[in-house]
Every structure is written in structure tokens, then in C-alpha cells.
Design a protein around this ligand. Sequence first.
Ligand SMILES: *Cc1c(COP(=O)(O)O)cnc(C)c1O
Length: 441
Amino acid sequence: MTLEKIVKLSTYQKSIAKHVNKYATEGNWKDYTWQLKHSIQDVDTFEKLTEIKFTDKEHEEFKKTVSKFPMSITPYFASLINKENYENDPIFKQAFPNPSELKISRYDMSDPLHEDKDSPVEGITHRYPDRVLFLVSNRCSMYCRHCTRKRKVGDSDHILSKEQILKGINYIKNNRKVRDVLLSGGDPLMLPDDFLDWILTELRKISHVEIIRIGSRMPVVLPYRITNELVTMLKKHHPIWLNTHFNHPRELTHSAREALRKLADAGIPLGNQSVLLATVNDCPRIMKKLNQKLVQNRVRPYYLFQCDLSEGLSHFRTPIGKGIEIIESLIGHTTGLAVPTYVVDAPGGGGKIPIMPNYLISYSTNKVILRNYEGIITTYHEPDSYEPIFCERNCNECSLLLKLDEADETKAIGIEKLLTDANSETSLVPNGNSRLERRNQ
Ligand SMILES: *Cc1c(COP(=O)(O)O)cnc(C)c1O
């Protein structure tokens, strides 16, 4: 008998299941299609299934919020709520509408990351030189209240047809520089296995696509979606990586861990992208526990995101200082593998910008002064002699013996360009610099 059969449903899970249908079985509960079919999409159903009761005034406010930003919660995820203290519950806060979502604050934007502006064909965001984001599904099993793509949530116009997806695939085919494709959405695992199989097969036919990554929150909100059939299909298309989205240690239930085990056993390297959320996980202890538990389940914490400037998220935002404090509490204090990179996704489409506490204190021409996590200040002596290799970006002539066909041909841009020997420019000047405009007059 497999482990998943031994583990019984909790009392609360049984009670929710009975409220859905009094003949519901344990088999129904663990069937992801049953879970999807009975996703909670309105406040009344939520009250009925969870036995949480709101006042008439609250009820009214929640309904108003749902009419702007729709809700969808899998019975499984709802069953993780602590109903005795739901107001403070991290699961409840990520899943259930909050009237604060209707407050649009001054710097909020509908598409802060300019994903739509950086989109050459529908569904593709091409921001970085060698990889693309490919939104292949606009559906999710649960609508996270902190979704950065809130503008699209529940928007059925955005469900892509096979023809539209082919346009994206053709774009990738015609851009030899794209060596990494990130399938996202929505949740790509909302697609039926055979449809996803088709997309992966088409992508695998493109010789310059080296890796495919899937971004999915299914292991967290609907772990039963990770079936043996799914992982058997995914395995055919290696190298496949999967990044998921745990935000709180309470989400690592037995079922979630079982889903992660199946994926990892199928040879899929797992990563996690958390979002720093006020009153959910803005605590160094919670984040340490979360990241340690992830590593224990063979998931490598990848990014910790600063909450984006999307509309309706202001109540979730923390200052960046909170993220720095959390990273400070992790580096050195726990396993290096349990430390994600803290990033701000730059408004305006600038991409992810890593943020770190400062470890570099000062330097001279021969010494670098550093501090460690304990506050010890230390000195690194620079080498007495170092012969810089003047780089003309001509790998054929270079003594480092990189084969030409393995050298990255892309032009140096940005700060990298300022650092290259072969470049004579010494500055990057913003558009519309008024001093330089005066010179031109
Ligand atoms: C995050 C992101 C990527 C991938 O970034 P990595 O740092 O390689 O994980 C690619 N494209 C877009 C538009 C993104 O937002």
C-alpha cells in the first residue's frame, strides 16, 4: 500500500467534503477534477463549506470585492484554514478576498512589470536576451489574492487557443537566442495532460531550446493534480524544471510533500518562489522554517519576491527593509541552500533586481574589508600581482581556451558593457538628460 492511501483526511476535510455532497468519498476528495469542479467561487458557498460565519456588513463588503477581483479556492486549500482564528490565518489571507483590495493606492499599476508592453506575440513576454516567459494558460485552481497578474484573473478572453499557442511556439522557433522557456500563466498544470504534452513536444522539436521551466502552484493549492500520469508525461521532455510557490510552512502538508516527492523522483529539479506578504510571512522565523522545510523536501528556495505594485495589493506590501532583515536572518544562520535570492521585480519592465544586506564594508587597493553574519569584521588581502587578460571578446585568440561554439555571442549590454575592455564608452546616460540636451543646442 502506498503512503498516500494510509493518510486519512482530517476531520475538517471530511466535514467540508460532506457539505459539498453528503455522499462524497475520500477518493472524491483526492481526485483533482472533483476539487476543481467544487472550487469555492462565492462567499455563500465559502460560509457553507467552511462553517465560518460573517456579519451582514462583512458579507456585503466581500461580495463587492469579489465582483472586482473574482475568488476561487480549492476545497483542499480551504481545509487548511484554522477556522477558530481565521482572521489571522495565513491560508485564509492568501485565498479569501479582503475589501482592502479595492483601495488603489497612489503608485499602484495594473501592469507594473510591463509584461504586456514587452510582448511580441500574445502570451510571450521577451524581457531577457536568452529566455522568454510563455503564458500558456490563464486559469488557476486558486486565485491568490496577492497575484501580480490580478488584471487578468478570471478573464476568460485570455484563455489561449491552440492556434494562439502555436504563434508563441513559432516566435520561439524563429528566435535562436531563446534557450530557456518558462511556461507560466495562470497555471500551466490547469491544462489537460495531453495538451501540455503537445506544447512540450513542440518546444522540444526546437533545437535551440535547452531547458523548459514550469511555474505552478499546484503542489501548494491542489497537490492531487500531481498524478503519476502527469509526472510520467513530464519525464519524457527532460530537462524540465519546476518552480512552485509556497509562502508559509503550514502549506507543506502531507499531501503537498507527497506531490513534491513524485516530482523530485521523476528527476524534475524543484525550486520555490515565495512572495513576501505583510501579516502572512513577514517574519524571519516563519521564513527560516519555510525554507528549511522546502530543502527537506528537495525544493531549492529560488526567489523571495518583494510584493509588486499591482493594483489591490497595498495591504500585502512590506517595506524592502523587511526583506533585507529576513535575508540577514538566513545567511550564515542556516543551510546556504535554504537561502533564496531576494528580488524586486522592477516596475516598468526592468526585470528582477537582487537585494542583499551589505557585507562589503570598505576596500583599499590591496585589502577588502568584509563582515560576516555574526558581525565579525575581517580582511581579505587582494593578490599582490594579477595579470589582467585584456579581453577583446575574441575567444579564438584567447589563452583561456573556450571553444568558440560555446562562447556566448551576445553583445555586452548595460553595466557588463562598461566593464568590458573592448568597449570605450564610459557612461550610461538616461534619455532626456538636460545637461547633454543643452550641449546639443
Ligand atoms: C522572471 C522572469 C524570467 C526568468 O528569470 P530568471 O531570473 O531566469 O528566473 C524571464 N522572463 C520574465 C519576463 C520574467 O519575469
